[in-house]
Write a protein that binds this ligand. Sequence first.
Ligand code: ADP
Length: 395
Amino acid sequence: METHVNTTQLLRFGPLKGANANVRLTGPCTDTAEFWLILQDGMITDAKATSDGCKNSIRACCTVADLVVGKSEKDARNLTVQDVLKVLGEYPESSIHCIELALNTMRATLDDGHARHSSAFDELEQLPKPLPRTEEAQTIMVMSGKGGVGKSTVAVNLAVSLASFGYRVGLIDVDLHGPSIPTMLNLHDVQVLSDGQGKMQPVVLGDLFGLQVISLGFLLEHDDDPVIWRGPLKHSLIGQFLNDVDWQDVDFLIVDCPPGTGDEPLSVVQQNKHKGKALLVTTPQDVATADVSRSINFCKQLELPIVGIVENMSGFECPYCHRNTPIFKTGGGKNLADEYSIPFLGSIPIESAVGISTDAGLPIVQRAPESASARGYRSASIAVVKNLTLTRSES
Ligand code: ADP
């Protein structure tokens, strides 16, 4: 079918200078659509779009861009295929999917505008002013009932977020049988040095706000060396990490514990000279939350206060349309927090960018600070600061 091209609509062919929202999506037909919007006070003041698809795809994108200009974000979101068809007039049935792609891309671009608006700077406004300091180093033990729930990822992103707020932060990896912190921070072939008194020097990461790090991984000759240790040796090394590292005036010591309630977290509690609290990581499913109940009881028995629960892998954040799909039952972390009267620190979606960041050795809060997961890790970190009573005045 020969289609009529409206030249006014084609004036909406992007890119758009000064856009404050921009998303490119690939549809099921493999065509790509891209939108640029200027958003101001809930209104769309300008819009442009492109597509690398056929003429119909370009018409659909430019028409949607033309339709949304001057509309409120809400009205733009509610536009339907029928609304677009009314403007397009003659349009082949076989290309309706191009209109759907154009509408989805426009809505994703609105989401992008919101993500940018609630940027790191806005979130930082939520922190108490002036930033409360700690009286002495405050240990936060990051624990989970079982492995693979993202405990180390939470520990690393919490440590980097707190450091980015201006705190002095140390990160200790006591996951002695599977130290993953060196990989997550791209710290391979790192040598640990001692000072004159035999104290270990932490690795200081200038690119990550001066974060200080120590891990068993730094003491192994090769990354894949197996660690076969007896309890007393583990106990002694954990004591050294806590108390015999030359931590430089830290506010927080974030301790990445192995999963479960075994020897290592017990060793941390027994030997920690600083104030300590636990942060529990769970996924939304019941099995993981049953496991975390055990961690809660462990903390109760050892009189270790709990700063809160983080629900990681909470729904799937689509990298294309940025919508969250609850692929598992959600709300397990919040329910657990309510049941035990523990603060709920927030939920973080499953996002492929997190795995990519882990592999790249740069935490997501630094690598993609505007991503949904980075915002989740940062806002959980803000909740940690708010839930602790920190009192030291700035020196
Ligand atoms: P744990 O310390 O509980 O064993 P990790 O932090 O090592 O878990 O995470 C296990 C895997 O899951 C890693 O590959 C990590 O990149 C990935 N992961 C963790 N959190 C998320 C998330 N929110 N979205 C996507 N992948 C995640």
